[in-house]
Design a protein around this ligand. Structure first.
Ligand code: FES
Length: 539
């Protein structure tokens, strides 16, 4: 049922169940607010959204007042402006606020060098806040250009003892958003208000660490924090993002929709696209660190004598194709797993059948931990592998091994050719989720060095071998050739994926690589029915 009311003299129609604030914002009318958030139920704690409503006593909080038929709301009277300013001044008594009232703040915004300013919190250049500082927006809305009393700095050490999240309680304004999103997203919240009176702060019961308190490391608390009190330890040092791409996580079959940011072409952060339900620690925190690892394969190399020698792509492919021509028919096998895109796998299969004339296209479905293992068929003497899928002992019977991968492994060290592959959000393509739906993978950052998309490597290898019909220019060309249905992101899902509900459910491997060898923080998290985690994390 719709209702009609007036806000600042303008007649507006409210939707069923809307609050005054929601109705005003939907009608493009501004009411300052702070503790409320679109992904959270109203809380009414900060009192920034006070309004006057005819017939109601006092100054109700618009974020928690439901609309009613015929309601007359005033959002900008002298009295509410004065109250809001006083309230913000009180909030700022314990919040470093130099940058909120500094007359150079415009410059600071323009030249900010990082995604989130990082470090300690007493000055305008060292605040830990995100791209948009909600406190600053509010102080501008309320024309707050000076503070009546100097703020007191709490002098609390920055908490860095848990993986992935830094917590700077000197910036916290106790709005409670982090606690409320933790309660909304998980059966049992990890964090709560602890202490009393002026000693109240955000923390875990009994002083436990986030890991010991069962944190799922979904990062939702960071996403809703308005002050930068909570920050993503890795992402904040990657530089201010200059592009954001909507894509799909390929760490597991849940295929969560992600918003992946990049800075000067390198992936610098990832988070849930919408935030209605949490994503798992791998999508939220591990992805950027995994793709930016310093040991990524970046240059093709071919074994010359006893050593793998780096060389340009053209030369590497030419040498590879010359050798590969000796292994046509069933002496050749290609082994990949389903973390490669549909387009990559289509090209792999075509390469095996049309170029090599072999029946040995081996595609592995990773197990629930992400482990992909296969054996090589009898008679195979040459193989191309896109990960560490085969026991090292099996490789002894091969005369020629090509590894196309993102990181070096014991297998790539034995290979005759190593080709650097782009992965995750470095490529375009289509992945298939656990329910069989097509999800798009969109390139959000440049691959490192000379690494290339897997389909491109195979088309160029086919070209070097003189094969016809592999002159495809983009992943889209292959999607068209495949004729699959349109891939769509999954921005909202009914429930959190298993690994987001419980970090112990997450995958531990990607293409034969242990994720915790590439992403340090992951090794401190429990794995159900598996390894016991390390008990303490360093900063
Ligand atoms: Fe309404 Fe905080 S936004 S009380």
């Amino acid at each position: 049922m719709t209702r009609t009311l007036t806000i600042d003299g303008k007649a507006v129609t409210a939707r069923d169940g809307e609050t005054v604030l929601e109705c005003a914002l939907r009608n493009e009318m501004s009411i300052p607010h702070l503790c409320t958030h679109p992904n959270l139920p109203p809380f009414g704690a900060c009192r920034m959204c006070l309004v006057e409503i005819d017939g109601m006593r006092g100054y109700p909080a618009s974020c928690s007042t439901p609309v009613a038929e015929g309601m007359r709301v005033q959002t900008n009277t002298d009295a509410v402006r004065r109250l809001r300013r006083k309230t913000l001044e009180l909030i700022l008594l314990e919040h470093p606020s130099a940058c909120l009232v500094c007359d150079k703040r415009e410059l600071c915004e323009r030249y900010r060098p990082k995604a989130e300013k990082a470090g300690c919190t007493t000055g305008c250049h060292t605040c830990n806040n995100k791209e948009v500082c909600e406190i600053r927006v509010l102080s501008e809305q309320l024309n707050l250009a000076a503070l009546p009393v100097a703020p007191s700095y709490r002098e609390m050490p920055i908490e860095r003892s848990d993986p992935f999240i830094d917590r700077d309680l000197n910036l916290c304004i106790l709005c409670g958003r982090c606690i409320r999103i933790c309660e909304a997203h998980h059966d049992e919240a990890t964090i709560a208000f602890v202490g009393r009176g002026s000693k109240t702060r955000i923390g875990q019961a009994f002083g436990r660490s986030l890991v010991d308190a069962g944190c799922r490391f979904c990062g939702s608390c960071i996403d809703v924090c308005p002050t930068g009190s909570l920050s993503d330890r890795y992402a904040k040092w990657r530089g201010k993002p200059d592009a954001v791409v909507e894509t799909t996580c390929v760490f597991c079959e849940a295929a969560c929709a992600l918003s992946v940011s990049s800075t000067r072409g390198r992936i610098s952060g990832a988070k849930a696209l919408r935030g209605g339900v949490p994503i798992c620690v791998l999508g939220r925190f591990a992805l950027p660190e995994f793709v930016n690892g310093v040991t990524r394969l970046t240059v093709p190399s071919v074994r010359v004598g006893e050593v793998l020698r780096e060389m340009p792509w053209e030369e590497a492919l030419e040498r590879t194709s010359r050798k590969l021509k000796q292994f046509t028919g069933n002496t050749f096998a290609l082994v990949c797993d389903t973390t490669s895109t549909l387009e990559d796998r289509h090209l792999f299969e075509r390469f095996v059948q049309e170029v090599m004339g072999s029946a040995h296209y081996i595609e592995i479905e990773p197990d629930r931990r992400g482990v992909s293992r296969a054996g090589l068929p009898d008679g195979v003497k040459a193989a191309l592998m896109t990960g560490a899928f085969v026991e090292s002992a099996e490789l002894d019977r091969l005369d020629f091994l090509i590894v196309q991968d993102c990181y070096p492994t014991a297998i790539s060290e034995q290979a005759d050719v190593v080709l650097p592959a782009a992965v995750f959000a470095e490529v375009d393509g289509t992945v298939v989720d656990g329910d069989g739906h097509f999800r798009p993978l969109r390139q959000a950052g440049k691959p490192p060095g000379q690494a290339r998309a897997e389909w491109r490597i195979v088309t160029e290898l086919a070209g070097a071998m003189g094969a016809k019909g592999f002159d495809l220019e983009s992943a889209t060309d292959i999607t068209r050739e495949l004729g699959t249905a349109e891939a769509k992101l999954l921005p909202e899902r009914g429930a959190a994926p298993a690994a987001a509900a419980k970090p112990g459910n997450r995958r531990t491997h990607f293409r034969g690589h242990r994720i915790d060898e590439r992403v340090r923080g992951v090794r401190y998290l429990p794995v159900d029915n598996g390894a016991v985690p390390v008990t303490a994390a360093g900063g």
